[in-house]
Structure formats: structure tokens, C-alpha cells
Design a binder for this molecule. Structure first.
Ligand code: SF4
Length: 293
């Protein structure tokens, strides 16, 4: 049987856009907001669970590509209704009584965050800004002060002037931005992310953004054809982290679920611990580790 943290369906009951998960990295219940029904993303990560579940949107191998699925729109009124209903189920306890979440331990039955995650890169949605505004309103009306709004992003749009106000709105509503950085060198980035976007662009986005805003860095490390990232890769990764300003913490994790590629496997706990310890030592940052199971 899958553990609660391994079971991450992004569909729940009748809902189309909103789903609950017990999240390792949130430390409890997280409500996911899916703004990408067509799984639109400008990365095609070798470990992406969304790609694993939607093999028809997978991409040619060994070729920097992106998933150019068309931007699809969501029904914002329905999304709003679903979010209010699910938060209501958390608040009256029915979510933990009447659904598969009844297995949730009492200490995890706390709504930690509402997270823009879902089936793709959330900031590519043309409705991202309006959705942030609505989620912030629901949080203010129905959630506790400690509930966060989390944006899980690959960092490719953090430079966009059009998103500046939206990201500010998110941050002032107890928001956190969790930005992906899985590599220390351009070659390794191309292998992992399989994106047309240059590694240097992602680094610049993260570094510049962190000068004026707090960031959480999330890094997924894996075995590629049985090889873990080598010492030099991790050393160069830490050099980039040291150039960033307001890093709240670094989350280092490995895959816990199915990947689209059979040659991509989780690191062992020992391998993950070794990387986390190196990053701690070389950067002085808070590093949290999340194992495969
Ligand atoms: S950035 Fe996220 S959604 Fe996009 S391919 Fe990578 S893991 Fe999947």
C-alpha cells in the first residue's frame, strides 16, 4: 500500500482544479491548485510525475524541447467554488472523516498551505494573476493566519514584469515561492530539464529575484543510469546558491513516485544525506532533506 506522502492524485472526487495532498515538504495538508489541465510546461524534466502519467505529452529524448501544449483556460468561478468547498471540509473535519484522508495522522490534519502546483508550470497560465487574487481572498476569509500560499515554479518566468504585482500579492499573503534548481552546470541542467531555456537564464532569474524577495530553493536529485550527481556538480550548484541573497531554506529531495524514464531512480537516504550535508557546509544555508519514502 502506498504511504500517504507517496499517494498524490491530482484529482479529488468531483473537483476539477483543486485537490488535497499530505505533503512531505509542507509538513501536513496542502491544497493543490491546478491551473494547467493540459500540463503545459516549458521544461520536460526526466523525473516529472505529470509526464509519467501523461505519456502522450512526452517528448523526444536527448533533445532540448518543451511541451508546447496549448494554454487552456480554467473556469475560475468553479475553481473558486471548489477551493471554498475543500477548505470548508478541512475546517469542519469531514475531509479527515469521510475520504481517503481519514488515514492522516492528527498532527498532519492542519492546512499548511494552498499551493500552485498541479500539472505544469503555473505561471504560464494567463489566469495565474486572477487566481492568486482569488486564493488570497479565500485564505483571508476561511483559513488561519498561518496558512501559506505557495507557488511551486521552475523559475523561468520570475523575471517577467507582468508578474511582479502578482508575486508581491502572493508574498504579502503569507506566501512563499519555491523555485526549482536541480543542477550546477548547463550540461546537467539540459539533461535533467530538457528545456529550450538556457541554464544561465534560470540562474539569472533566481539570483535577481532573490535580491528583493525571499525564495525557497527546491532541488530534486536522482540517479541517472545508476549515477548520482558527482561532487563537482554539487560544488558548482552551491556556488550559484552563494550568489543568491534571500534564500529562506533549501529543500533537497529525490523522486518518491513514478518517473517517465526507466533510467531515472531515487537516491538512497545515504546519498541524499551526503548531498544535503555538503550543501549545508558549503553555503551555511538551512537545508531540509526529503527521502524517497
Ligand atoms: S518543471 Fe515541473 S511540471 Fe514542468 S516538467 Fe519539470 S517537474 Fe514537470
Amino acid at each position: 500500500m502506498l504511504s500517504l506522502v507517496q499517494y498524490h492524485p491530482r484529482r479529488f472526487c468531483k473537483f476539477q482544479y483543486i485537490y488535497p495532498v499530505v505533503s512531505r515538504r509542507s509538513g501536513g495538508l496542502s491544497i493543490g491548485v491546478n491551473l494547467s489541465p493540459a500540463a503545459q510546461c516549458n521544461f520536460s524534466c526526466v523525473y516529472c510525475q505529470v509526464l509519467a502519467e501523461n505519456q502522450e505529452i512526452s517528448v523526444p529524448k536527448n533533445n532540448p524541447v518543451q511541451n508546447d501544449n496549448p494554454v487552456t483556460s480554467v473556469d475560475l468561478e468553479l475553481l473558486d467554488t471548489e477551493l471554498r468547498e475543500l477548505v470548508g471540509m478541512v475546517n469542519d473535519g469531514s475531509l479527515f472523516r469521510d475520504t481517503w484522508l481519514s488515514r492522516t495522522p492528527p498532527e498532519k490534519q492542519i492546512l499548511r498551505d494552498i499551493a500552485f502546483s498541479g500539472d505544469g508550470e503555473p505561471t504560464l497560465s494567463l489566469q495565474f494573476s486572477e487566481t492568486v487574487r482569488r486564493v488570497a481572498a479565500v485564505r483571508r476569509e476561511l483559513c488561519t493566519e498561518s496558512t501559506k500560499i505557495v507557488l511551486i515554479t521552475n523559475g523561468s518566468t520570475l523575471h517577467a514584469e507582468s508578474l511582479r504585482n502578482t508575486l508581491e500579492t502572493l508574498l504579502v499573503n503569507n506566501g512563499e515561492i519555491w523555485a526549482k534548481l536541480d543542477a550546477g552546470t548547463p550540461d546537467y541542467f539540459r539533461t535533467i530539464a530538457r528545456s529550450k531555456i538556457p541554464y544561465e537564464k534560470i540562474l539569472t532569474n533566481l539570483t535577481e529575484f532573490s535580491k528583493t524577495n525571499p525564495l525557497v530553493i527546491q532541488s530534486c536529485f536522482v540517479l541517472l543510469h545508476d549515477k548520482e550527481p558527482d561532487n563537482e556538480e554539487i560544488r558548482q550548484y552551491t556556488e550559484h546558491l552563494k550568489l543568491m541573497d534571500q534564500i529562506q531554506r533549501v529543500q533537497i529531495y529525490t523522486v518518491a513516485r513514478q518517473t517517465p524514464e526507466s533510467w531515472v531512480l531515487p537516491l538512497s537516504n545515504e546519498q541524499l544525506d551526503r548531498i544535503s550535508e555538503t550543501v549545508r557546509e558549503l553555503t551555511g544555508l538551512q537545508v531540509d532533506s526529503f527521502y524517497s519514502a
